[in-house]
Design a protein around this ligand. Sequence first.
Ligand code: SAH
Length: 235
Amino acid sequence: MKFYVMSLFPQMILDGLNTSITGRAIDSGVLSIEAVDIRDFSNNKHMKVDDYPYGGGAGMVMQPGPVCDAYESIALRCSGRPRVVYMTPQGHTFNQHMAEEFAKEEELVILCGHYEGIDERALESIVTDYVSIGDYVLTGGELPAMVVIDSVSRLVPGVLNNDESAQTESFSDGLLEYPQYTRPANYKGMEVPEVLLSGHHGNIEKWRHEKSLERTKKYRPDLYEKYMAENNNNS
Ligand code: SAH
């Protein structure tokens, strides 16, 4: 899968994703992340890309020209018009379902704003999806873009070593994941639950499902209610 990230601080994206699992996937060619510097498309001799907001008010707004031109330079290299995700606190809140949808794309363009945001006309011209990572305001769209890329990438076949692990995780079945344990079996007097050492797969599955329900009910009652309604299950 190929990600194009449009940003004024492209180095942040590369520094953030060239390590660990995503870094390995980039090295092996399963993922490709190209950070496109919007400033390269400035038509100003000082390389300026922002200006004061019409109507007054605090902060600077990114101008439409460089954003649209950066997009066109990417679109030229794509098969058809690519999906363009604008990271914004005003968007739909990102979730696992959206990550699954985005993972179906061969190419995905992610647009990061900075300062007060981007001129509305640029957004209207190119953006297909408005996505927020939560109800708080950050200085720029780079961290949100990395959040989206990271979560989408781990759903791309070949990125995780073990295909299984993307399927049994929190949210994949509408519930939070069960607790995990590894060696030692006794850590400072704290024992691993007996059932996990039993080798009885049926009992282990049952225990894990119960723990998933228990945690989801405790920490995410909203998800729990939904799961119960959908599974028509009163246990
Ligand atoms: N004035 C804007 C906020 C600008 S924050 C408003 O009130 O809506 C600057 C940039 O950071 C935004 O353009 C966006 O790309 C990014 N950003 C900030 N918070 C975000 C969030 N919660 N989710 C996604 N992107 C965010």
